[in-house]
Design a protein around this ligand. Structure first.
Ligand code: ADP
Ligand code: MG
Length: 347
């Protein structure tokens, strides 16, 4: 292709290689180290666009999104894709279950004998992450006194290890993650407003799996390969039908739940010496048994798919027909009809 003369392509506009058409995330991925961040759905294109813009910068970033969507994973990618990857480590501080009296020494470290549990010197997370990136995971759980310390750190870029008389420079890039509505916490005065605005300069929302179902097959394959390698099993793959079911199923625990389910499925399938990972391995509770040796005809395959989808949605809605109808964008009458024809009844 004569890329030196883009005008030769007339009204074709910007040039996209065939690869980029197939995977619109490629041009953002080229500036990132995100090979293990699977997905090419529109929400992922947007996420990768933001990451390629922000990863190299030193700004604080607030990652929001439901549990299991990949916030920690994304924070790692940001670090790995930044110049800081060469200069320091990626360090995580989980703010949940962090006792108030330990926050300071966890974060800033302590000189020997500075407090009862610090007989020896304690290395703080800020020091461990020097030159690199420090992730405050579940930041909403940080106590108010600890929030004040963090704000001070962000403003002055200095900190005092416990018992130290001179401040230390804090050379860390801060990323915070939460599955809470921080703004609501601010309204209830559980989270400092000044810290919120300091962190909220660049918010990134990590989408739920329900918002990017198109990524499910690729994710499932990825976790399947990973499980086989991890457990030293012969390479198995997911049947086409299993992929369809996985895509239609609901995963309230998002990618974490999908990853665990696929890993368990691989182990079950290997235990049976199965040739492929089948739906019954992936969703043993919502059993849809069929003999994989006999090919399904179209009508039967469709019926099983519908049964699975409708029953799964009803289960997820606590058998509330109106709710299931809303989720599937059908009328209630249509759901009742489907329940009758597919022989689905509340257990
Ligand atoms: N886009 C993705 N591609 C591949 N694996 C992912 C992706 N997002 C998340 N994961 C994996 O899913 C699991 C849950 O992600 P995690 O970052 O811990 O979620 P969160 O921090 O939002 O609760 C981890 O094992 C992570 O590596
Ligand atoms: Mg996490």
């Amino acid at each position: 292709m004569d890329s030196a003369h883009p005008e030769a392509h007339g009204e074709m506009g910007p040039l996209f290689s065939p690869d980029e058409k197939r995977d619109p995330t490629l041009r953002f991925r080229s500036t990132l180290r995100a090979d293990d961040l699977i997905g090419r759905s529109p929400p992922m294109v947007e996420l990768l666009r933001q990451l390629s813009l922000l990863a190299p910068l030193d700004v604080s970033v607030l990652l929001t999104g439901p549990s299991g969507t990949g916030k920690t994973h994304v924070a790692r990618v940001m670090h790995a894709s930044s110049p800081r990857a060469a200069a320091g480590n990626f360090v995580e501080l989980s703010c949940a279950n962090l006792p108030d009296n330990l926050v300071e020494s966890e974060l800033f470290g302590a000189a020997p004998g500075a407090h009862s549990t610090a007989v020896k010197a304690v290395e703080g997370k800020v020091f461990a992450a020097r030159g690199g990136t420090l992730l405050f995971d579940e930041i909403a759980e940080l106590s108010l006194p600890a929030q004040a310390k963090l704000l001070q750190l962000l403003q002055s870029r200095e900190y005092y290890p416990l018992g130290a008389s001179r401040p230390r420079a804090a050379d860390v890039r801060v990323i915070a993650a939460t599955n809470c509505d921080l703004k609501a916490r601010v309204a209830r005065r559980e989270f400092r407003e000044d810290l919120y605005y300091r962190l909220h300069v660049v918010p990134i929302r990590v989408p739920s799996l329900a918002e990017r179902r198109d990524d499910i097959p690729e994710l499932a394959q990825h976790f399947c390969v990973r499980a086989c390698v991890r457990h030293r099993l012969p390479p198995l793959h997911l049947s086409q039908w299993t992929l369809v079911t996985a895509q239609a199923a609901s995963w309230p625990g998002n990618i974490r739940e999908l990853a665990n389910a696929v890993e368990a499925a691989v182990i079950r399938a290997a235990g049976e010496d199965a040739r492929e990972v089948e739906t019954r391995h992936l969703l043993p509770d919502r059993e849809v048994r069929h003999d994989s040796a006999t090919p399904l005809n179209y009508r039967e395959a469709l019926r099983r798919f519908q049964t699975h989808l409708v029953r799964g949605t009803l289960e997820d809605s606590n058998w509330n027909v109106a709710e299931a109808a809303r989720r599937l964008a059908l009328t209630r009458a249509h759901i009742y009809n489907l329940m009758q024809t597919l022989d689905i009844s509340r257990p």
